[in-house]
Design a protein around this ligand. Sequence first.
Ligand SMILES: Cc1cc2nc3c(=O)[nH]c(=O)nc-3n(C[C@H](O)[C@H](O)[C@H](O)COP(=O)(O)O)c2cc1C
Length: 173
Amino acid sequence: MNVLLGIGGGIAAYKAPELVRALGKRGHVVRCVPTASALRLVTAEALAAVARQPVSTTLWTSDGSMPHIDLARWADLVLVAPATADLLARFALGLADDLLATIFLALEPGKRVLIAPAMNTQMWLKPVVQGHAAALRAGGARLLDPVPGNLACGEQGIGAMVDVDSIAEAVDG
Ligand SMILES: Cc1cc2nc3c(=O)[nH]c(=O)nc-3n(C[C@H](O)[C@H](O)[C@H](O)COP(=O)(O)O)c2cc1C
């Protein structure tokens, strides 16, 4: 299956190469679309090397291609892991201000979408964030809700990204 992996700028982005490898072992072709914030936490080079596929980071090209349309069509399934509070909001509101959000908006109806949010507990519990998550579920996305864990901010609580193996299983599920 062609899996488009969107990576948000959450600390769990460091797990993205491991996720790419787990999906590759299951026979999937993975193309990564990290946000600009994600690229502060994981490199495009590491993602490309593990995926053995090009990594796309911008809407803008000068070769006549339109990555947002081409990738939306290419993907059999879109997985966003980790999804930040910011990405949940942008997806839910239909913003198209970077490559990943524009791909999300350009998806054909019925395309499988899996979203694995990860963030600080207070962020996740905010009604506005829960509202965006609910809107995305209502739109047909499957949310792999965050789990309790030791969060990077030093707190313990709900907000950790679900583990890599569970995400890979959900892709096949
Ligand atoms: C070190 C660091 C870790 C962060 N971790 C998270 C996180 O786990 N979840 C989250 O929603 N935002 C997190 N943020 C905030 C996001 O990076 C910020 O909202 C950014 O605008 C998200 O951009 P994106 O959604 O385009 O990736 C973190 C910021 C920093 C500096």
